[in-house]
Design a protein around this ligand. Sequence first.
Ligand code: PEP
Ligand code: MG
Length: 846
Amino acid sequence: MNKLELSEATLITPSGRIDRERHGWRAKCLQRLVRMDLPVPRSFAICCNTVRLIAQGRSIGCEVLQDILSGSGLVSVRPSAVMPEWGGPGTVLNVGINDALHKTLVDRIGQANADAVYLSFVQSYAIHIARLDPDMFTQDGPDALAQALRSYHDEMDAPFPQDPAEQLSQVLRSMARAWDGPTARLLRQAKGAPADAPLGLVVQEMALALGPGLCGSGSIQFIDPVTGTPRVTGRFRGQHHGRAIGEGAETLYLTKDDRGPALEDTAPDLFATLCEFGAACRKRLREEMQIEFVVTGGQISVIDAVRVARGSRAGVRIAVSLARDGIIPHDEALMRVEPRALADLLHHQVDPRAPRDQIARGIDASPGAATGNLVFSATAAQAANARGDACILVRRETGPEDIRGMHASVAVLTERGGTTSHAAVIARGLGLPCIVGANGIVIDARNRTLRAGDRVLKEGDVITIDGSSGEVLAGSAVLLPPALDDAFTQLMDWAAQAGGLKVRANADTPEDAKTARRFQAQGIGLCRTEHMFFDADRLPAMREMIFADTPEDRRLSLDRILPMQRKDFSSLFEIMAGLPVTIRLFDPPLHEFLPHEREGMRELAESLDLPLSDVIRRVEALTEFNPMLGMRGVRLGITVPEIYDMQARAIFEATVDASRKGDPVVPEIMIPLVSAMREVELVKTRIDAVAAAVRNERRVDFTYRLGVMVETPRAALRAGDIAAHSAFLSFGTNDLTQMTYGLSRDDAGRFMGTYVGQGVYAEDPFHVLDEDGVGELILTGVQRARRQSPGITISVCGEHGGNPESIAFCHDAGVDYVSCSPFRVPVARLAAAQSAIRSRKTRESH
Ligand code: PEP
Ligand code: MG
């Protein structure tokens, strides 16, 4: 072996040159503990470069190894990757023990203890370093050590190595090589590490948890890992007064409770010291740490400390409490919370500690978790709700006729669909947990069964939907309630102070608007007016209007709709109390409002008092081959202008009414699916005329802002022309993504898993904005619009408006606000604050 003298084993001292990039997180953390004067055993850091060379066959020089072993003679070796979550090979303890040291240990800690220390090292060396068959090293009982040494000798044709330096050298080599193996590489890549991530190693003098007096080892942490509230938890495996392992070892709880003896009682001073160490770590390391410690004859050694692993709720509470205590600044608390994690706080969540019986998986379309009985139709959902039963609506896909059933359910599961399909959008709006595109399930609506693999569930069976993870679970699960507590509110207040782009909500109903206000949305950025007619009471009016085939019939049905709309807008204006409200004119993909099955058509014929054959003919005439690219949005507004006229009138009349009651309202009216400037001119002319008429009739003045949704690629390219006629532009990135990729919003879920799995798309582009393609259209649109009208307001109101990565892009693109489902507003506000903080930091560093 090439014994090049590698001197890169640095004693960890307060002033030594240890850094995370070169020596890994553990070495750096130990240095911090040493700087705090905590009783850390003598430790050495072996830098990543040296570990790499060791893996290639070099060795650390003998003198250096001997120096490392020159203390008590026993050391442990632990991995020290750059990030703790990247893991590493398992720790090896008690390196350095041999026959001679064993003899000395017998005098110090007794025969049985000394045997146990030697045996555990022989076993781990034989299995992990010499790679011998583990079955040969399962010895137990008084003769176990001798047997293990014999087995080693027999297998290796040589006695167990007695040179401690040789043992240490082999352990280092084995750990360095293990890190380079294909399995370790895959494991760390799954945790976000680069394939060639480096590894450092830490060699530490062993603190013995055995011997006379109070001895043992344990770990202690000072907060609850799920809630983040202060609470001492951990364990201590103690051994009293020299009794041997097995005889005297007992697990002590750390604090007093009725489960058994506690360290707090047995050794109150020691317990108090551990608590002091915890408080010191929190202050100096600016983090909640779990401390690993060993007690030898009543003396504590701190052998390691790791950041407490925590759930999302605890993450928020810890960050807020560190900032409240002045340990970290508010901005840092904001940066420490993953925006997505906030979604877990707004809804019920499956307790991460509880077991899960997963039967299927789909797209996590709306977060939160709920347990209920399976139902296969909206009617069954309503019936269950009337009985007071919690139910979960399972459909192939949903449409307007399912809305009532969705309201009556606690969660929704669909076999088809993607993140922007009907079920997903509506469920997010309602705050219902929802999984869509669950390919692995087969629904038999007629027999009311659901098949998932080899399990068949029937109506009434209990399942749990985890909309945060996309998992369908059999039976009920332990749920944690929402955590909209003081820590959450505090974090949101700090987010508001941090600035950044504004966040509005997509809200169609008074409930949505109230939720938006509760989460401090800065207005409504998208009110999808067609959604106001999804309700079963309203659906007939909408269908009647669609079915009208003479202008007179249409006027009659519009006259019926007008007061409904006026009331809708009045209540939105009232709830939003002066905050901006953007109302989008009808954008109904008409097929969403038509019945598809014979039974539905029969009911429609009944309500319209028409022969069934007329209804069937009319449905056929209105049926489009490609409805998402058909008579939608402004195309309907141009071909049947009376509809937009009615809506404009309803908006203006509600404006006049609301302005009489409170501050003047300036409504924002938005035209959907525009692809040509002329469309805007035509609609604007008519809306101006309606505004003039209402001003005249009501004898009051008011203003309004007209804006355009940029959701076709052409509108993005022609944003300059369009801006000339618009007070604002709002990118509808759902349709813009659909049209840029030529991907159906409603069908892409079927193959999206395969596409993302094979790396065709890095992410589902309906979920995370495609910066390269759709993003370029947005940047082009923003630039052309601002060149034409520098003061124009620009926003993004597609589902991406609630996605943290996409919000960072919007921030950099100079977007004024994003608008997203009300329940995603907190996530968006935190993401916006983080973008602002990042920009500020970049500016300051230049
Ligand atoms: C969009 O297309 O991004 C949008 C917001 O409109 P909708 O989802 O209603 O089509
Ligand atoms: Mg759209």
